[in-house]
Design a binder for this molecule. Structure first.
Ligand SMILES: [Zn+2]
Length: 224
């Protein structure tokens, strides 16, 4: 059978009850004619007060290939396991890591399913799915950070991460708010900076000398 939106929409709430205790949210299901994957979960990473959170979940399925109903059911549950891990922000070693495998093996054992991490139905589809999920997982961590390091008149150093559209504005405004000896701007992709807000106002933050010296090794100075 060719996967259809109607079929997946009908099964989703049932599988949610049977295999996931009804804990999964309702998410948009999108069909396409994709050649590179059978199913995948799309999402974005967003910075919040509680750290980085996963959001905007979408499940995507391809209707390109003719597969058996059992294969399709296993693919749907496979994607639902991904959704469960992402939705509850559970740390796993990789997209098909230890947590994923444990959940998969549990469902297979308890319900006699044959969910795998390497679908036979279409060669390479799971590798593409995994790559796509790894890309999303890294998208926030490897974000570009624009960091201002200000040396204050008393010799202390303080930092602010600037929203990319506010570099010039903050550079101009900061000396009006602080007693600043010098200002330097840097670019960095280090996840260390994820915990600093993307500022649009000229507010400096404390940083320890150890942290700053370590981070500086991987930062690139920007000339404004
Ligand atoms: Zn997968």
């Amino acid at each position: 059978m060719k996967p259809t939106l109607e079929y997946i929409r009908k099964k989703y709430p049932l599988f949610n009850q049977w295999y996931f205790g009804g804990k999964l949210p309702d998410v948009p299901i999108i069909m396409s004619n994709a050649a590179t994957f059978l199913g995948k979960v799309d999402y974005t990473k967003k910075r919040t007060l509680h750290g980085i959170e996963n959001c905007n979940f979408k499940m995507r399925f391809s209707n390109r290939y003719d597969i058996s109903e059992d294969e399709l059911i296993d693919i749907i549950i496979h994607e639902m396991i991904h959704l469960y891990i992402l939705y509850f922000n559970i740390n796993d070693s990789s997209p098909h890591g230890q947590v994923f495998r444990k959940m998969m093996n549990d469902i297979n054992a308890r319900f006699g399913r044959h969910i795998t991490i390497s679908h036979k139905a279409q060669k390479g589809s799971m590798m593409n799915e995994q790559r796509s999920m790894e890309r999303i997982a890294k998208s926030e961590e490897l974000k570009k950070h624009y960091i201002c390091i200000a040396e204050l008149s008393n010799g202390e150093k303080a930092v602010v991460q600037a929203a990319s559209t506010r570099l010039y504005e903050l550079n101009r405004k900061l000396p009006h708010y602080y007693d600043i000896k010098s200002i330097r701007w840097y670019g960095s992709i280090s996840p260390f900076w994820n915990k600093y807000p993307n500022s649009i106002t000229p507010k400096l933050y404390h940083i320890s000398a150890d942290d700053l010296n370590r981070e500086l090794l991987e930062m690139v100075e920007i000339n404004l």
